[in-house]
Design a protein around this ligand. Structure first.
Ligand code: GLP
Length: 234
């Protein structure tokens, strides 16, 4: 695991872009993508770059249950706004949070990941150490699944829903830890003091535990962690 302390989100985004360029030059074709405020500057850097994605496929980590792509809080809407609308891909996959049969949708999405092995995965991190929407306690063996969001995640994400926790979906469909760990390269971004504890567990902690999902990344052979000074614990 390589840790790079960056000045701010802008520098993190720029370094993320360089790492992506390198992987694409080495043949990366399938990108695993994340949402949340953390990767916004990274996507901005991509949009302003000359990278061409028309031959590339993207597979997103997760989607809220109950929101379709026209809802401005859905992750599909987010991705279209920040990336896909500006940089067309060959194909973009996200879980369908409006599927009538969510279990079937989870199986279907696992199939999509199997058919499109992820070369390069960008990750943010939740304050409780979740990656994707794999909340503390999720088995490291889990594939795509429907998750009941933890109260702390609902509260943390309510800032995107007029600070009203009643508006935040209570469930999501997410890639499992097992899916994430299959990505060839993983780049995790973390900015701001709220992420400090989770980052400390990842970088300094000895333990690899399902209670702090991000700690599984210690087992992955190719991880970059880009943190700003606020998220860094030292
Ligand atoms: C959500 C997403 C995660 C993201 C996390 C942190 O829970 N499912 O992929 O990493 O939020 O969000 P933010 O980057 O806004 O702090």
């Amino acid at each position: 695991m390589k840790v790079i302390v960056v000045k701010n989100q802008l520098e993190g985004g720029k370094i993320g872009l360089e790492l992506l360029k390198e992987s694409m030059a080495n043949g990366a074709k399938t990108l695993g993508l994340a949402t949340g405020s953390t990767p916004v500057e990274f996507y901005n850097q991509i949009v302003n770059s000359d990278l061409d994605f028309t031959d590339m496929v993207s597979v997103n980590l997760d989607e809220y249950v109950g929101l379709d792509g026209s809802n401005d809080q859905s992750y599909r809407y987010f991705m279209t706004k920040h990336l896909f609308g500006e940089k067309p891909f060959k194909e973009n996959f996200l879980p369908n949070g409006k599927a009538a049969d969510l279990e079937a949708e989870a199986k279907h999405y696992d199939q999509i990941i199997e058919e499109n092995p992820i070369d390069w995965q960008i990750l943010g991190i939740g304050q409780n150490g979740h990656i994707g929407f794999n909340e503390p306690g999720t088995s490291f063996e889990a594939g795509v699944h429907v998750v009941d969001l933890k109260q702390e995640t609902i509260e943390a994400n309510s800032r995107f829903f007029n600070n009203d926790i009643n508006l935040v979906p209570k469930q999501a469909v997410t890639m499992g830890i097992n899916d994430i760990m299959k990505a060839k390269h993983i780049i995790l971004l973390a900015f701001g003091e709220a992420k400090q504890q989770a980052i400390k567990s990842l970088i300094e902690g000895e333990e690899i535990t399902e209670n702090i999902p991000c700690t599984v990344l210690k087992n992955h052979p190719s991880v970059y962690v880009l943190v700003d000074k606020e998220a860094d614990f030292q």
